[in-house]
Design a protein. Structure first.
Length: 124
């Protein structure tokens, strides 16, 4: 009697393990939307001009994720999408930093011009 119950437990556990191994994770739709939104946001901020390398890396990883997803490799696609999001976010932050630095330089130039005009002798 103990042999039958031990055998049935072993068969049940084997079936559970096989089912767990046979299931594939769902496609990474949330990660895909998140990465695409980050790329669009970086492009809108001007990443093509200020942070091309990070934006291109993000877009390349997006392509790799789509290819992996088409092959049914959801785990690999998710990883590529996470990396794509990180690169797009880096492109956005880098672009914001560059545009802020440019704006600060423009303000400094305006101040210098005003000071030069203020120190110029009046014309009669």
């Amino acid at each position: 009697m103990k042999f039958i119950s031990a055998a049935s437990v072993a068969v049940y556990c084997s079936a559970v393990l096989l089912c767990a191994c046979a299931t594939t994770p769902p496609p990474p739709t949330i990660e895909l939307a998140r990465a695409k939104a980050a790329i669009e946001q970086a492009q809108a901020a001007g990443a093509r001009e200020y942070s091309t390398e990070y934006l291109n890396a993000s877009m390349k990883k997006m392509e790799m994720a789509e290819a992996a997803n088409a092959k049914g490799k959801s785990v690999e696609a998710t990883r590529f999408l996470q990396e794509s999001y990180a690169d797009a976010h880096l492109a956005l932050v880098s672009t914001q930093s560059a545009t802020s630095a440019k704006a600060a330089a423009d303000v400094d130039q305006s101040i210098q011009t005003l000071q030069h005009e203020a120190n110029r002798p009046p014309t009669p």
